[in-house]
Design a protein around this ligand. Structure first.
Ligand SMILES: Nc1ncnc2c1ncn2[C@@H]1O[C@H](COP(=O)(O)OP(=O)(O)OP(=O)(O)O)[C@@H](O)[C@H]1O
Ligand SMILES: [Mg+2]
Length: 266
């Protein structure tokens, strides 16, 4: 891999949580993890519940500090960027679409803020509306149907697509998508996965896609990282990892999706 292409790099990153008041417990949620992702690449992080996927996401997003190790975006350690500069480059979509919206404001606010954030307040009213409408059309939402509504007046799938329209306005280099489809129905799930693929095509974005669903990882990613109890147990090109899993844990994960496994092996 040409090192110029590497957009995100984690180097020996660990996270130990400390909890409890009387009896202090330490949980090593992420244990000495290193991986790179290059421009325009979709990387899936797979692993069962509690394996440390969201902890990794939250450290990349600067929501959590790592206990040790270093994280670089475009060759610069993430703490060196101002938060504004950082979130112009790194954006997120989470599991619960409703949590990303404020119930008291119309959904438009999310896109207006994205325009302000990315272009400053100087953009004309007409240009602003055009950017918002274009981004909504790109995620197959009808601006006339969704603008002016409150979050509870849209479905979970529509809200997730709305958030992807926001990503199209900001045009970050990296998108962290933490289980973005687990709270929507199968139809909306397929739409979101296809949209993520389209986003990569349209703006050459790199995506860290977090899931415990092997089928989704197989569908969307170029490369896969398999996590178990905070450890990275296996990584490689998606086909290689899923067709010829080396680690017992990956083999067990795959055995729990027999139909996919059978299809690929037939
Ligand atoms: N704030 C916290 N304090 C203490 N322990 C935590 C905290 N957050 C997470 N953990 C623990 O760290 C480990 C990893 O959690 P994490 O949320 O990263 O897993 P995950 O792979 O995202 O799981 P899921 O698939 O359920 O979302 C788990 O053992 C969890 O209980
Ligand atoms: Mg999680």
């Amino acid at each position: 891999m040409d090192s110029d292409d590497i957009i995100l790099s984690l180097q020996q990153v660990s996270k130990i949580y400390t909890s409890g008041l009387i009896k202090v417990t330490k949980t090593t949620a992420v244990n000495d993890i290193s991986f790179d992702i290059k421009k325009g690449e979709i990387l899936s992080l797979v692993g069962e519940s509690g394996s440390g996927k969201s902890t990794i996401a939250n450290m990349i997003l600067r929501i959590l500090d790592s206990t040790s190790g270093r994280i670089f975006v475009s060759g610069t350690e993430i703490s060196e960027y101002s938060l504004n500069d950082y979130y112009n480059q790194v954006q997120m979509v989470f599991q619960d679409p409703f949590s990303s919206f404020n119930y008291f404001f119309k959904v438009d606010r999310v896109l207006n803020q994205a325009v302000d954030f990315h272009f400053g307040k100087k953009i004309s009213k007409g240009e602003r509306l055009k950017k918002i409408q274009d981004s909504l059309k790109l995620v197959s939402l009808n601006p006339d149907e969704v603008l002016g509504r409150y979050p509870h007046q849209l479905s979970g799938g529509q809200l997730q697509r709305f958030l992807l329209a926001r990503i199209l306005i900001i045009e970050p280099k990296i998108l962290i998508a933490d289980e973005p489809t687990s709270m929507v129905d199968a139809c909306a799930r397929a739409e979101i996965l296809n949209l993520l693929k389209r986003l990569r095509k349209e703006i050459d974005i790199s995506i860290v896609f977090i899931t415990h669903d092997i089928g989704q990882a197989q569908f969307i990613s170029d490369r896969v990282i398999v996590m178990e109890n905070g450890f990275l147990v296996e990584q490689g090109p998606t086909k290689q990892v899923f067709l010829n899993p080396q680690h017992k844990y990956t083999q067990n994960l795959l055995a729990s999706v027999p139909s996919l496994y059978r299809k690929w092996n037939s």
